[in-house]
Design a protein around this ligand. Sequence first.
Ligand SMILES: Nc1ncnc2c1ncn2[C@@H]1O[C@H](COP(=O)(O)OP(=O)(O)OP(=O)(O)O)[C@@H](O)[C@H]1O
Ligand SMILES: [Mg+2]
Length: 347
Amino acid sequence: MHSGEEIGGYVLGRELGRGASGFVYAARRPEDERNDFAIKVLHPVFEPGGRRRDREASIAPLLTHPNIVQTLQVGTSEGREFIVMERLRGLPLDRLLRRRIGRRRLRKKIASRIAIDVLAGLEFAHQLRNKKGRALRVVHRDVTPSNIFVCWDGRVKILDFGIAKFSDDSLDTESGIVQGKFAYIAPEQGAGATVDARSDLWSVAVTFWEMLAGRRLFVDGNDVTTLRALISGQIPELKVPGRIEGRMLSVIERALSVAPEDRYASASRFARAIAQACPPASKADLAALLRARLGNDKDRKPWTNPLVELEPIPAPNASPPQLRTYLFVAVCAVALLLLVAQRIVGQ
Ligand SMILES: Nc1ncnc2c1ncn2[C@@H]1O[C@H](COP(=O)(O)OP(=O)(O)OP(=O)(O)O)[C@@H](O)[C@H]1O
Ligand SMILES: [Mg+2]
């Protein structure tokens, strides 16, 4: 698909990026010019519809939180599955990190802010319950720097709950398949064993370590060597003199325990430990960093939420203001013509 094409009533704009599962485009709805969406169109290899799509569609409306990108629709059009989201303005964390590396590392307080915000979104998802109060036990399973978005106004959002699952979903036959990225997945996920909220905490810990260290944690070789190292519990040295030591090192070491039961019990506990070890920067500090980073970026526009930016519905019978103006001008013109005609006839 490309710019100008239509899918599910949305017209695709420019490509915002592409990943393993598909392409992401800016999009608008023709009747709603001001609206501003992002649409992920999945590759045709993803069989449209079915259980996975239903699961995504059922999780999406529940995931309404300031630190989670809002999914507005999950649909299928002509055999292609698509996911409509609010469009974010800013940078995915992987790009922010790439820009920093080689210059300076992220300040510790900034890293702490980003990690704490991601954990707030995850805590919300992990604690979700259905209407009857039963815990849904949602797990993201793919928390990586490319799935964390830093908006230019300093807000942090988690993307791609697409492969999230209800961990007790009896319909889920995919639990043995490794779907995350190897350098960020927890050992139990790599081994194809049961995952739960604590698997996401591992992924946040790897990301947090990388923000602080300014380099990748699992760098050696390929996915196979990374996976082997993970499953056998070989974690690279976590201490980075001057950056990751003392209290901060202990926090990361605990979150990167091979056994899930040795990690923090919840995202909120992990967030509290990070805040105590390193008080986070403010949202304004993060926004200032983004402003410095996005100085020349054409994507730096005010963020708009399509949900609140919807055109107000006009009151019944009320004509749009432009139409009223035309009518007024037309009536005046006719009156003037009549007046002139009357004078001519009278002469
Ligand atoms: N709602 C959104 N608003 C703005 N940009 C977005 C939005 N969703 C995704 N993007 C951008 O689109 C790009 C591609 O995202 P995508 O999720 O397809 O790839 P990825 O995260 O790099 O890899 P993966 O397929 O493993 O998730 C990323 O740069 C991402 O930041
Ligand atoms: Mg992604």
